[in-house]
Design a protein around this ligand. Structure first.
Ligand code: NAI
Length: 338
């Protein structure tokens, strides 16, 4: 059986998980090379997992003729440049979200991806590969809730991860680009519609550190879509009970909700303090299956020469929504998308 040989860049919180999935959980893939600007990360993975090639310089990894594809899990500021370099070097490319952190760079990334139609490009909007979201999408398409008229999305990171979020703030692109972008992408996918206008608000309610980057710890946005549907979005960094990702779609004949309570599992605990259901603690736990499914999809698309379900246009459109939301937050005005 042919195996797709992948080189991955970025071995941080998420990059290491993707690397592990490629190395051990995908029979049609092989983790052939790893790269990070932090030498200790590369050494650890090479030694622990026996990976043949390790690099601290991305351009060096791209010279490796034993590779078929590159997986980009570096900081968001690096994505567009590395996507271009990897495509130009002839590789198939998977890139984590966001596509980029500026409209100009995401538009040029789109041009580059379109210049190489023979190479697979997939963007890491993994929620589209989560079994519950896939099920919800099928129900909507089957007409179960009628015509969708409103989507409500909550994305709240655990407050236990606040130190990392603050450390990452300079390179995240801000709350709407870093966090709400998942929900912006989901809304386009679930409603099958593009955004028309957005009004956003937000503030640093507790963690003033974000203000230094023009960012907030809690933000909300209201959108209208080109087909008239409505969207309510809330993103925050201070969830006390865990990692809370919740979505509701209201239609003309019904509604559906995904993740209303972010249960950890089916266990209900009881003791002298009462009855409790524990919650998922973070993205790696909640979307464990989705991260694996999306990488499997990428590998299968390469093997069968099929266009992935999430592409560069999804990166461009979601970034435009996040940018418009950020601009609205800064100006206090409704922003209209092209
Ligand atoms: P992190 O800060 O933990 O790790 C970043 C990694 O990239 C480190 O290994 C660092 O050494 C490496 N790196 C940075 N610049 C590099 C360069 N020029 N060359 C080589 N290596 C470089 O970051 P984290 O949390 O793993 O996030 C990585 C990306 O994944 C971000 O773009 C983030 O938005 C995205 N992400 C996506 C999530 C999702 O649910 N789809 C969840 C978390 C992160």
């Amino acid at each position: 059986m042919k195996k797709i040989r992948i080189g991955t860049v970025g071995l941080g919180r998420l990059g290491r998980r993707h690397a592990e999935n490629i190395a051990f959980r995908l029979p049609s893939a092989e983790l052939t090379a790893v790269c990070s600007i932090i030498p200790a990360e590369v050494d650890a993975v090479q030694q622990e997992w026996g990976i043949p090639y390790g690099y601290n310089d991305f351009a060096e990894m791209l010279k490796n003729q034993d590779l078929d594809a590159i997986s980009i899990c570096s900081s968001s500021t690096e994505h567009c440049r590395q996507i271009a370099q990897a495509l130009e070097a002839g590789f198939h490319v998977f890139s984590e979200k966001p596509l980029g952190i500026g409209m100009e760079e995401v538009l040029s990334a789109r041009q580059i991806v379109e210049k190489y139609p023979g190479q697979i490009f997939q963007l890491g909007f993994m929620r589209r590969f989560d079994p519950s979201y896939v099920y919800a999408k099928r129900k909507i398409e089957a007409g179960y809730i009628g015509k969708p008229v409103l989507i409500r999305c909550y994305g709240i990171d655990p407050v236990s991860a606040i130190d990392g979020a603050i450390a990452f703030a300079a390179k995240s692109g801000g709350l709407f680009l870093d966090m709400a972008i998942h929900d912006f992408d989901l809304s386009r996918w679930l409603l099958a519609a593009e955004a028309k206008s957005v009004y956003a608000v937000g503030a640093c309610f507790e963690y003033k550190e974000f203000a230094k980057y023009g960012d907030v710890d809690n933000g909300a946005a209201m959108l209208q879509f080109q087909n008239g549907a409505m969207g309510l979005f809330y993103a925050g960094r201070m969830c006390a009970h865990g990692y809370h990702v919740e979505t509701e779609v209201i239609g003309t004949r019904g509604s559906l909700r995904i993740g209303t309570v972010p249960y950890k599992n089916l266990v209900t605990l009881a003791n002298e303090n009462g009855v409790t259901n524990e919650c998922v603690g973070g993205f790696l736990e909640r979307f464990e299956t989705a991260y694996l499914n999306e990488m499997e999809h990428f590998v299968n698309c390469i093997l069968t020469d099929k266009k992935p379900g999430v592409g560069v246009i999804d990166g461009v459109q979601s970034t435009a929504m996040a940018y418009a939301a950020t601009e609205s937050f800064h100006t206090g005005k409704v922003v209209y998308l092209d």
